[in-house]
Design a protein around this ligand. Structure first.
Ligand code: J2J
Length: 542
């Protein structure tokens, strides 16, 4: 089955025609991306970072294209062909970029997992019927080969495992590079699926987001213009490079598209990134709000020259206006708020907007053809300026999750709008202000996950009879998660918080989903219709 059409909800033909004639969707694809960039920017520096050996590398556009060609040939040698899905789970290292660009070359479809994911990966492999899985050997103390073994054991189809590091019984990434570049690969079409991004999720398991070559490239190139990315840009990738934000808004793909430099930060902490900013004269990077707090309060800020930093993008979670003002005052750079989503729609404050707009709004859409609808609980449009549920459709917003018809019936309106689950209002100037969230999700440090996913796991504990997970405002994380549990043995026989945490981890959930706070109740409060009353739980914490 090809990822070109199967399981993907297409854009209606009249919309596709409009997006092409308006010039949003072009003939360009991500398949030729690295070759075209190399033709144009050959000897310029494209990428700096560590490889899996811990070596510091600097690659020109020509180097990157040459390596990509070899890695693509290596994947092809092992049977990966156009349309195959390949789950990529690598940290911010050179091999991540090489692998993704090589898969694009082949017309294969990367599926982006985060290094923190554990049992989630088995789900991505199954859902996408992946042909291959790409991992580090050991990263942050975790042996991914062990995880690969387990996934391979339970997978319903053969799975090629490629390891960036000591491969054990698997294929080593280094060996992929030994293959002579192939002459050519079958051409993909602009409307084909280029990649599968992860959704934060609002149900038991995270959904996959099919983005096409044309729609993704449009959002990237339009973003490079809005953010004024050019050959002088030095973009540091501070967040995990697999995230939609640092990948495409405009992210590392945008920086490479415009001929700039990409610097991969192996971790986002001041002790690492301040040195990189100084060493490579970084001009721009993207952060989530809790990281910005960590940067501002780092004692080492004064010891480094951060004056090269021109634009700091903050997004992924709500940025408090006071913090926004502090960032501008203390870092002395232009702040850009970014309110985006892997499903598509991205809003930016513009670089020359008045400071008040930058501080108090989350920006406006990329495209004149981004359609926004703000509705009340009954789906009726609210009066302009009032807050309501944001629905959107447009030239780079998906019409459905991958292989998820039942969920799509809920997550999308009949006329193709995506129900973002965000509560927003519009300012008179047409800027969005994010007021809250209707979806049952936790946004912890910018990592989103569904409350239901953790609740299901908690209910599997033999001593837990009922469970509800909510988000609670947190000084350091933005939001932390709190699990309310009802023990089967009654109040005095409740398991310990340590036991619960160990259990959740043992079930293989990513660490960021393990409840930060655990409270026991004799019963969960319910609403008149018998649903768990999460508002009452929230009030309890406050
Ligand atoms: C409040 N909530 C925000 C913001 C995202 C660019 C930037 C971010 C993402 C991203 C992205 C917010 N203020 N500034 O993909 O390309 C919350 C909303 C939204 C959800 C999407 C990009 N910016 N959010 O964060 O898919 O709830 O994408 O619906 O990870 O994050 O999360 P995600």
């Amino acid at each position: 089955a090809s990822a070109g059409t199967d399981g993907v909800v297409p854009y209606p033909e009249h919309c596709a025609r409009r997006y092409r004639s308006a010039g949003y969707w072009r003939d360009e694809t991500l398949q030729e991306f690295v070759i075209r960039r190399s033709d144009r920017f050959g000897d310029r520096t494209a990428l700096r970072g560590l490889d899996h050996h811990g070596r510091e590398l600097t690659l020109t556009y020509r180097d990157l294209a040459a390596r990509t060609a070899r890695v693509a040939a290596g994947f092809a040698h092992h049977g990966i062909v156009a349309g195959d899905r390949v789950v990529v789970q690598l940290p911010n290292q050179i091999e991540f970029i090489e692998a993704v660009l090589a898969l694009f070359r082949l017309g294969a479809v990367p599926v982006f997992a985060l290094p923190a994911h554990r049992r989630e990966v088995a789900h991505f492999v199954e859902l996408s019927t992946a042909a291959a899985y790409l991992v580090p050997a050991v990263h942050a103390g975790f042996d991914y080969r062990e995880q690969a073994r387990e996934i391979r054991r339970s997978a319903s189809a053969p799975l090629l495992v490629v390891v960036a590091g000591e491969p054990a019984e698997f294929v080593s990434f280094d060996s992929l590079r030994t293959h002579p570049p192939a002459a050519d690969f079958p051409a993909v079409q602009p409307g084909d699926v280029a990649l599968l991004q992860l959704s934060g999720g609002t149900t038991g398991v995270p959904k996959l987001i099919p983005r096409t070559h044309a729609d993704y490239l449009y959002s990237i190139t339009a973003s490079t213009e809005i953010c004024r990315i050019d050959t002088d840009t030095v973009m540091m990738i501070t967040l995990p490079a697999a995230h939609n934000f640092p990948m495409s808004s405009p992210g590392w793909l945008g920086a490479l598209h415009a001929g700039g430099q990409v610097v991969l930060a192996p971790d986002p902490f001041p002790s690492t990134v301040f040195g990189l900013i100084e060493q490579f004269a970084v001009t721009m990077t993207a952060l989530v709000p809790p990281l910005a707090v960590a940067w501002l309060s780092a004692p080492s800020a004064a010891a480094h020259d951060l004056s090269s930093l021109r634009v700091l993008q903050i997004g992924g979670a709500k940025l408090d206006a006071q913090l926004a003002r502090r960032i501008i005052a203390e870092l002395g750079c232009t702040l850009q708020q970014v309110f985006g989503m892997s499903e598509g729609l991205v809003n930016y404050t513009r670089l020359d907007d008045p400071e008040e707009t930058i501080v108090t709004t989350q920006g406006r859409p990329i495209s004149a053809d981004d359609e926004l609808r703000i509705v009340d609980d009954d789906g009726m449009p609210v009066r302009r300026g009032e807050s309501g549920h944001l629905q959107t459709r447009g030239p780079y917003t998906i019409r459905g999750y991958y292989r998820a018809p039942e969920h799509n019936a809920i997550a999308f309106t009949e006329d193709g709008y995506y129900r973002t689950g965000d509560i927003v209002r519009l300012t008179p100037a047409g800027y969005l202000v994010v007021e809250g969230r209707a979806k049952d999700q936790i946004n912890r440090c910018g990592e989103k996950f569904a409350a239901a996913e953790v609740e299901q796991v908690l209910l599997g504990h033999p001593d837990v009879r009922d469970a509800a997970v909510i988000s609670v405002p947190d000084l350091h994380l933005g939001e932390r998660s709190c699990a309310f549990l009802v023990s089967s043995g009654g109040e005095h026989d409740a398991p310990s918080a340590i036991d619960i945490r160990r259990f959740v981890r043992g079930c293989g959930l990513a660490a960021y989903k393990v409840p930060d706070q655990i409270e026991f109740l004799t019963a969960l409060p319910t609403t008149p219709v018998g649903k768990v009353d999460k508002r009452a739980l929230r009030d309890r914490i406050e």
